[in-house]
Design a protein around this ligand. Sequence first.
Ligand SMILES: Nc1ncnc2c1ncn2[C@@H]1O[C@H](COP(=O)(O)OP(=O)(O)OP(=O)(O)O)[C@@H](O)[C@H]1O
Ligand code: NI
Length: 310
Amino acid sequence: MRGGRHVAAVSGASFDLAAGECLALVGESGCGKSVLASALLGLLPGNAQTAGTATVAGTELLGADEHTLALTVRGRLVGLVPQSPAAHLTPVRTVGAQIEETLRELTGLSRKAARSAAVAAAERAAFPADHLDRYPHELSGGLAQRAATALALIGDAPLLLADEPTTGLDRDLVNRTADELRRHTDDGRALLMITHDLAAAERIADRVAVMYAGRIVELTGARGFFGESGPRHPYARGLLNALPERDFTAVPGLPPELSDLPEGCAFAARCDRAGERCAVRPAFTDGVACHHPVTPAAARAASTKDVHRA
Ligand SMILES: Nc1ncnc2c1ncn2[C@@H]1O[C@H](COP(=O)(O)OP(=O)(O)OP(=O)(O)O)[C@@H](O)[C@H]1O
Ligand code: NI
């Protein structure tokens, strides 16, 4: 940034995704989820610096040249449902034309075959066939979302990144879209779903990664995360408790500035379990980055207490 300032948008993210698996990436606005997705597709701004490694099916993505990214990565190895679909669709071409072009490019269909295949491709994302001749600005937010999802599903990429794929959709469409994305993992493809919608994550995810201030602070099985014992990181527990159907109490305070991160645990200032040790940044071990994670037994006890209180 100007003045030599650095924004540590993503500073510690290590995970793997198995064939056929769905991982949900959750965390507060601004914690680095979309930057992580952009990094995997080589879509970061020119002044961004990346380090580390990220491979999909043997291809290194970080630092791959533009030629590789364009011809083998984007849409083919890694698909993307972008966070702001209206901004990613080409404004001067109809949705149908964009779907047909994508079909021709990624599946090699002829122009004529692509025309009829476009209806089926749209249908996969519940995009109405009679809207295919519309331009992006003629679509509602939810329709643009569905158009972007239809485009992202076409390549059947081994890894699909879906960045907030259910924003602006009503609950039944959320479920339908989430289920269609989940079907992408049939035949051994993987899905990384970035979402604020924990109900959608619970519906389709096998594992959940929780991000805070640019770091993954917990990575755990979805059943445990949403189940009786719940997550172990205090922030992850706070995220869940903020849900209306749970405590409906937000985590107090705000996340730190990513250009001015504290040396120790970035969550300490907001954490009711914080102590002296938290002045040192906790390493990510055993699925959690915290000096005093909630133990499963204590978590279960707390959850029965909550039931009694309710
Ligand atoms: N081009 C950029 N230049 C400077 N800072 C950026 C840039 N893009 C993102 N950031 C910063 O990186 C951080 C992470 O942004 P990111 O978009 O990944 O958040 P997010 O977790 O996806 O949030 P949301 O849930 O709101 O989409 C933010 O603090 C943001 O301000
Ligand atoms: Ni985002």
